[in-house]
Design a protein around this ligand. Sequence first.
Ligand code: NI
Length: 226
Amino acid sequence: MLLHIPQVLSPDEVATLRERLDAGAWVDGRATVGAQGAQVKHNRQLDEASPLAQELARAVSAAVLRQPRFVSAALPRHLLPPFFNRYTSGQQYGEHVDGAIRFLPGSGQPMRTDLSATLFLAEPDAYDGGDLVVCDTYGEHAVKLPAGDLVLYPSTSLHRVEPVTRGERVAAFMWLQSMVRDDGQRSQLYELDQAIQALRARVGDCAELVTLTGVYHNLLRRWAEV
Ligand code: NI
């Protein structure tokens, strides 16, 4: 499932974040990938060890986790602190699949990358190219969103960032491990949760909604790893 979550950050929040990001220390993006990724990744990344990167990563994580639809769709168990990347003219990230395991900073605890998310931090008219292209069984999906909007997609998919041909594409990028490993089960829980909330808004609480809410939680209890 590909999910678009609008306005994770307001325009003012994006502007403040960009001001601080743009003044940061940027390094070669190949520092954080394996051998296959290093051949196709051409961008720059905010130095993840810098206090600035850590502070901004905390702020973006908090904003993302405040989004009810993100939590409902991702059911996060571990969220890796976001990375920040920028592609200037001529840069791209060729087709690749993300590594299955990352390590949480601090504890070094391994986590499985079930879901990836990109939070766009440049307006689409500020650059040409730079679409995130996610490939699944339905074909290729090109994603280019307004600044402050996020796309959530399965880490299992092949994906790429098209070459930027003008301007600068700036984004935050993150991985998470979900409490529900299986993409199909997670999608069904999301659809059920969204339908329950829409029904509650339309008809108010009723006995049937209590039953459906029970079904949701019992499926989650059956499928979740905590
Ligand atoms: Ni990737």
